[in-house]
Design a protein around this ligand. Structure first.
Ligand SMILES: Nc1nc2c(ncn2[C@@H]2O[C@H](COP(=O)(O)OP(=O)(O)OP(=O)(O)O)[C@@H](O)[C@H]2O)c(=O)[nH]1
Ligand SMILES: [Mg+2]
Length: 269
């Protein structure tokens, strides 16, 4: 079910007294990152439920009166969000040579694997359609995903990087569990990518996890090498282990960022 959002935009750089922010927090207002704005979400069905509608109206009135009291310019707008059922996503894979980027995509898109190493020249785009279940209301969302593959030769890739990664909503940073040097290179790949995309969900794939006897580093090493909190998955393009899950998880993380973007676009329109 679509949700309604009431957005309160304050005058530019407007800041509120702490006591008012405390009251708003209790009323479930959420500050919008980087904006002088707050949002309050409520289900669409509320419109037909007088008791809940009164509760929402009371919350709005409380803030409105307080803002009037301190003379803060503001604007309320109410809109529907998160009701689209088909979206597009661009996802990019980065990482050193021969870590298995192309193989992961081949496994995900065609469910095939090849032992032969054919290095990627330049970049290549593949497509995949997937269906996600919306975390909030369970409705089905069809995602048309374009998956971008780039060569792992850092010197050459740097030349292509900005046009390759421009507009990506998510990044899969891949390393090879049999070669520690590929983990050490990851921070650079991620940093270069995020410079172009801004802060987008970035998940780390530790590939070739089928090579049990040749592990060159552990999950703890990964956590130590990159920012804590990053999402880390051990995958195998050879066996297919965790490959679909890895793309699915990234798509879910991207989906979670859509709603806030939707709200920001609507209030700044
Ligand atoms: N055992 C094992 N081998 C893999 C796996 N994934 C890829 N490989 C092998 O690793 C080699 C490199 O794979 P690619 O997918 O071409 O690597 P890449 O990251 O695209 O390489 P570049 O295009 O040069 O950047 C190939 O020989 C693959 O067969 C895996 O999960 N397990
Ligand atoms: Mg490749």
């Amino acid at each position: 079910m679509p949700e309604m959002v009431t957005c309160l935009s304050l005058e530019e750089n407007g800041t509120l007294p702490d006591e008012l922010i405390d009251v708003m927090k209790d009323d479930d207002w959420v500050p919008l990152k980087g904006k002088s704005a707050f949002v309050l979400k409520w289900p669409r069905a509320t419109e037909n439920d007088p008791a809940v509608l009164k509760e929402v109206t009371d919350r709005l009135l409380r803030v409105k009166l307080a803002l009037k009291g301190i003379g803060m310019q503001h604007r309320f707008s109410t809109m529907e969000v998160g009701n689209e059922d088909r979206i597009k996503m661009k996802v990019c894979l980065v990482g050193d040579k021969a870590v298995g980027k192309s193989s992961l995509i081949r496994r995900y898109v065609l469910d095939q694997f090849d032992d032969e190493y054919l290095k990627t020249m330049g970049s290549k785009v593949s497509k995949k359609t997937l269906v996600l279940e919306h975390p909030r209301d369970g409705r089905e969302i069809r995602v048309d995903m374009t998956v971008w593959d780039i060569m792992g030769n850092k010197g050459l890739a740097d030349l292509l990087m900005s046009s390759y990664i421009h507009g990506a909503q998510g990044i899969l940073a891949v390393c090879d569990v049999t070669r520690k040097s590929t983990l050490e290179g990851l921070e650079g790949w991620i940093g270069d990518g995020l410079k172009v995309t801004g802060n987008v969900p970035t998940h780390v794939l530790v590939n070739k996890a089928d090579q049990h006897d040749d592990f060159d580093f552990s999950r703890d090493d990964v956590m130590g090498a990159i920012n804590a909190g990053s999402n880390v998955t051990f995958t195998s393009a050879r066996t297919g282990d965790n490959v679909e899950a890895a793309f699915h998880d990234l798509a879910m993380s991207i989906l979670a960022t859509y709603e806030e973007k939707d709200i920001v676009e609507k209030i700044t329109a």
